[in-house]
Design a protein around this ligand. Structure first.
Ligand SMILES: Nc1ncnc2c1ncn2[C@@H]1O[C@H](COP(=O)(O)OP(=O)(O)O)[C@@H](O)[C@H]1O
Ligand SMILES: [Mg+2]
Length: 290
């Protein structure tokens, strides 16, 4: 058992209660991400950010995930990306298998979205662009969005490793994507699998698309000031060059898609809770402005 197993089990009881009641009292939610739930854990040996992973059918499925996860962290580090210390910890005695990715907690001021509003914004955004361009390749993907990075002691650090984006030489995804498709409203799973998944994933394995996505996301975060700077930094690495018009239309389409998904999830939650009388396994963020 891990030293954090029992504090984590306790934390998860609070998470489960919040899932059942919809009441987040007693939980310090750090981030909703698009798919995962990130909560703070206080222990005598420090504070941690705990990312609840999707449920695993069995131990084998978790072990396989853990292997791809470790590979991903190592691959990013080998490529020169500093990844925050990240450990997978299983909640004991849970069926199906339940686990969290546990990281040291960072101050809000060191998270990418804050840094990109501060005096180091230009330097920071450029560093994110460089790290992204230098890392993405045929077998290595990265979600370059600003919320996935932080500035710790002057160093750029990457946080979002719970969706390991690794492919083999033939282009086969190493991660079992079904784990994440399962987080979608039931009605959406088949169409997403068929029409959207390839497209979403392609963003992370293409330098140009990942950088376009990063810049579009800066618009979403209302970081318009750094946008020209980010575009200039990105255009050193991509051809054809990214233009502001392209960013705007990309952002519109993207906001539409995620906004729609968010609404469908609310409907799905209502359906699961009130009609199926089941616990909806995710906490949904308050309304996101797009
Ligand atoms: N180690 C951490 N310390 C503090 N906050 C964090 C940490 N890791 C993530 N967060 C917050 O949670 C958000 C979502 O985390 P992330 O790992 O990007 O998950 P997702 O895959 O859902 O995007 C981040 O954008 C950040 O605001
Ligand atoms: Mg993220």
């Amino acid at each position: 058992m891990n030293r954090l197993s029992s504090p984590l089990a306790e934390l998860d009881r609070i998470v489960q209660r919040a899932l059942v009641t919809g009441d987040q009292a007693g939980l310090e939610v750090l981030g909703y991400g698009e798919i995962s739930l990130v909560v703070a854990l206080d222990t005598p040996e420090g504070r941690f950010a705990c990312k609840r992973l999707p449920l695993f059918d069995d131990q084998t499925s978790f072990d396989r995930y853990a292997e791809v996860f470790e590979n991903y962290v190592t691959t990013l580090r080998d490529a020169g990306v500093e990844v925050i210390e990240s450990e997978l910890i299983q909640v004991p005695d849970e069926q199906p298998v339940l686990a969290y990715c546990v990281q040291p907690i960072l101050h809000a001021a060191s998270l990418g979205v804050s840094v990109a509003r501060g005096p180091d914004a230009k330097m920071f955004v450029k560093a994110v662009v460089e790290a992204t361009a230098n890392t993405i390749g045929q077998t290595v993907g990265l979600d370059a969005q600003i919320s996935n990075w932080a500035l710790v002691d002057g160093n750029l650090v990457y946080l979002d490793v719970t969706t390991p984006l690794l492919r083999d030489e033939l282009g086969a995804e190493q991660l079992d994507l079904e784990l994440f498709v399962a987080s979608l409203p039931w009605l959406l799973r088949a169409p997403v699998r068929r029409y959207l998944l390839d497209d979403i994933l392609r963003t992370y394995y293409s330098k140009r698309r990942a950088l376009l996505d990063l810049v579009g996301n800066l618009l979403k975060e209302r970081l318009d000031d750094v946008v020209p700077h980010a575009i200039a930094a990105a255009n050193v690495h991509v051809d054809p060059a990214i233009t502001i018009d392209e960013v705007r239309s990309y952002y519109k389409r993207d906001a539409l898609m995620w906004g729609l998904l968010q609404r469908l999830r609310l409907i799905d939650r209502g359906w699961q809770r009130h009609i199926r009388r089941r616990t909806y396994p995710f906490l949904l963020p308050p309304k996101i402005e797009r």
